[in-house]
Write a protein that binds this ligand. Sequence first.
Ligand SMILES: [Fe+2]
Ligand SMILES: [Fe+2]
Length: 166
Amino acid sequence: MKMKNLEELFEDELFDIYNGEQQLTKALPKMAEKATDPRLAEGFRSHLEETEGQVRRIEKIFELLSIKEKSEKCEAMKGLITEAEELIKNTDEGPVRDAAMITAAQKVEHYEIAAYGSLISLANTLGHMEAASILAETLEEERATDRRLSDLAEGGINREAMQEAA
Ligand SMILES: [Fe+2]
Ligand SMILES: [Fe+2]
């Protein structure tokens, strides 16, 4: 669909991340199931709960701005999830797979950080201050998740993976 103005671009970007978050609610339980390190599994599970809340936040924005929700496939998220699935397929259970899943998950978080950062700029420009502050809550959760993943990788999982027999 052709977009005519910034408002429509904002809506389109919202539909995109709305679909992306929904794809994640399906992928995160599988990631948790495949994780060996209990802290990583727990991290995926707690981010699943956050992600469900993030979906509801977007629905709140739709309501707030009377936006008619449209389903739009987020191709980028689909690709990122496909890559995560391939990494799982190409590794055995253990620290190497955990390290691989952390890299895949951090790519997802960085995509989300970019998406929410842009959405906040658009909302601010359009004068949608309440939407901007709702989106900022999610952005902070994505940043915190990214930091936790780095801490897990650097706090032992990468080292354990390095010691895995060749
Ligand atoms: Fe998210
Ligand atoms: Fe996330």
